[in-house]
Design a protein around this ligand. Structure first.
Ligand code: ATR
Length: 260
């Protein structure tokens, strides 16, 4: 998506993927800077490690405690986080989700789940239910939210009543044969209006399929991937990201050429 974006703006730039062993991350960041890179994107497990490998942290990286984007300039390396905003942009665009006052059931309390939980709380949702295989991780996030966002009613475990949105932030659904992240003995899809799955490959996880069958609005995580990338693009280039060009490239790359 980045290369398509650069081409659309006539920039003679190139985005490459490199696999870096965590023990070499500091050297890799310094090396990229020495070679005149404009910036870097980082993924798991580098997002946390990079926090103390940059010269400055943008407010976004400080707030979410993770760096997924680095920008190099004459002052050094600055770390940003473009993931959190992307979740909200995608929820609004793909599900037309009105978040203030909403009730949300969030599945998963890993890195992505934690960022989503805190970001949703900061958007003024009314109530958040956190469910995770390892309950202590959900409880830890609930504690953080109680401290930082006392007006949000937060609890762990499935809600008894209905919610506006179920958000899957677990990795269940990535592999064929994965069990559903939602325990339908404890919570049925009739109890929600919409389901968002952060997984984008496969395009429709079994969870999204059953949600669609149950008449829920559904969306996958492609929009999240797109918007975190578009924001990084803007940080590096200082230009507005050509969103539709980038979306098309992403869809083609992930799902194959569009059938005519
Ligand atoms: P990410 O950064 O993508 O969030 P992660 O931090 O490894 O990755 O988190 C993965 C999430 O998927 C966690 O919520 C994890 O549950 P645990 O906290 O109990 O590990 C969840 N997950 C992964 N495999 C799972 C499984 N087989 N059953 C239930 N939950 C699972």
């Amino acid at each position: 998506m980045h290369n398509a974006g650069f081409a659309a703006l006539g920039l003679n730039w190139c985005y490459v993927a490199c696999e870096v062993d965590p023990k070499n991350l500091r050297a890799a960041i310094a090396g990229a800077r020495a070679m005149g890179f404009a910036g870097i994107n980082l993924t798991v497990p580098h997002k946390l490690l990079a926090l103390d490998m940059v010269d400055a942290l943008d407010a976004s990286a400080k707030k979410w405690g993770a760096v997924n984007t680095i920008h190099f300039n004459e002052h050094g390396a600055t770390g940003f986080n473009t993931d959190a905003d992307a979740i909200i942009t995608s929820l609004r665009e793909d599900l037309k989700a009105g978040l203030p006052g909403a009730k949300v059931l969030l599945l998963g309390a890993g890195g992505a789940g934690r960022t989503a939980a805190l970001k949703l709380a900061s958007e003024g949702i009314a109530e958040l239910f956190l469910v995770n295989r390892t309950p202590s991780k959900a409880e830890e996030i609930a504690g953080e939210i109680k401290k930082q966002f006392p007006s949000v009613k937060v609890s762990t475990g499935y809600p008894k009543g209905s919610v506006d949105l179920v958000l899957n932030a677990t990795s269940l659904g990535l592999k064929p044969g994965d069990v559903s992240p939602l325990d339908q003995k404890q919570f049925t899809l009739a109890q929600t209006r919409a389901v968002y799955d952060m997984i984008y490959r496969p395009a429709e996880t079994p969870l999204l399929q059953s949600a669609r069958d149950a008449g829920c609005k559904t969306a996958n995580g492609l929009g999240m991937l797109l918007y975190q990338g578009a924001k990084a693009f803007e940080i590096w280039t200082g230009r507005a990201a050509p969103i539709e060009v980038m979306r098309r490239a992403l869809v083609e790359n992930i799902y194959g050429p569009a059938k005519s």
